[in-house]
Design a protein around this ligand. Structure first.
Ligand SMILES: O=C(O)CCC(=O)C(=O)O
Ligand SMILES: [Fe+2]
Length: 299
């Protein structure tokens, strides 16, 4: 689901700089959200685009969207003015927050050639996952703002409908996935996402069309799992790949993913990243959102 910004709205957004944001702990302050909303509601068609965005993220079968902010990035640069606008769009969906006390609201995801290639900012295949999978209250939405795509042309994003993938599995596989037999990663000094969840079930049981599918295919390689549970998780990983869509994020594209619906990942960057100067490498900015009053609310 790609959402273009009408040129009249682009022109109005370029003319109307937003004020810096304020934080209340790790969450965007309510007064900032109200101020941004009041400013942008006065621009032509903003409310229509905002409604289109929310619809794409919550409609049956939906769960992700790409706002095409490339012309705005070109006009404003990718510094504060542009980030405030992206923050204002994000705030139309839910409350922006940073779970990492040491990071600003937007976290850089660059390219590190010596990191585990399959992890965030690595150069390899970043397998299907949800962000903060081992927290009791993962962010409702994860968002990625593309500042620079891979100059060598690699790294398309991948998305897959998690509940559709689960629905294609057998009852016995689903029963294994509903057992608290899975674990992944470390949990240290995180805000606004609850407690460490270890071990966790991938499925919440009851209904398959709601709630998180608490999954990361990275655990297949990096966590020690029992054989039957690992096989069930591997089957789910296979179905996610079978149902995937993939597309390249361009400069200024803003991908928003409803973590209760879709899982995300990224294909490998093109080989030869070592030869690309750090300042020219792919760069994304990541921001998380919390639905106020939702199951995950801590505000
Ligand atoms: O690099 C990407 O496109 C995805 C990164 C990602 O999913 C993450 O860091 O959690
Ligand atoms: Fe991610």
């Amino acid at each position: 689901m790609f959402i273009n910004i009408p040129s009249k709205l682009e022109a109005a957004l370029i003319e109307r700089p937003l004020q810096p944001w304020e934080l209340d702990g790790s969450f965007l302050e309510t007064s900032t959200m109200e101020r941004y909303r009041a400013e942008l509601t006065a621009t032509p068609q903003f409310e229509r685009i905002s409604a289109t965005l929310r619809h794409a993220l919550t409609v049956e079968g939906g769960g992700y969207a790409v706002l095409r902010l490339g012309n705005l990035a070109e006009a404003l640069g990718t510094g504060d003015r542009f980030r405030r606008l992206a923050t204002a769009f994000a705030a139309e969906v839910a409350v922006p927050f940073s779970p990492f006390p040491k990071w600003p609201l937007w976290k850089d995801i660059g390219v590190k050639v010596d990191k585990d290639p399959g992890k965030s900012s690595g150069i390899g295949y970043n397998a299907f996952h949800m962000d903060l999978v081992n927290a009791t209250l993962p962010p409702d939405f994860t968002t990625l703002l593309c500042v620079r795509p891979d100059p060598l042309g690699g790294g398309p994003s991948i998305l897959s409908d998690a509940h559709a993938a689960v629905a294609r599995l057998s009852d016995s596989t689903r029963a294994l996935l509903a057992e608290p037999a899975y674990h992944y990663g470390t949990f240290y000094d995180l805000h606004g996402v609850g407690e460490e969840y270890k071990p966790f079930p991938i499925l919440d049981g009851a209904r398959t069309d709601q709630g998180f599918v608490r999954f990361t295919a990275k655990m297949l390689e990096r966590s020690e799992l029992g054989r039957a549970h690992a096989n069930a998780a591997r089957e789910l990983a296979g179905e996610l790949v079978r149902g995937q869509v993939s597309f390249m994020l361009e400069a200024g594209d803003y991908l928003i993913v409803n973590q209760r619906r879709f899982l995300h990942g990224r294909e490998a960057l093109y080989s030869g990243q070592e030869a690309v100067p750090v300042i020219d490498r792919r760069l994304l900015l990541q921001l998380f959102l919390r639905t106020p009053g939702g199951a995950g609310s801590t505000a």
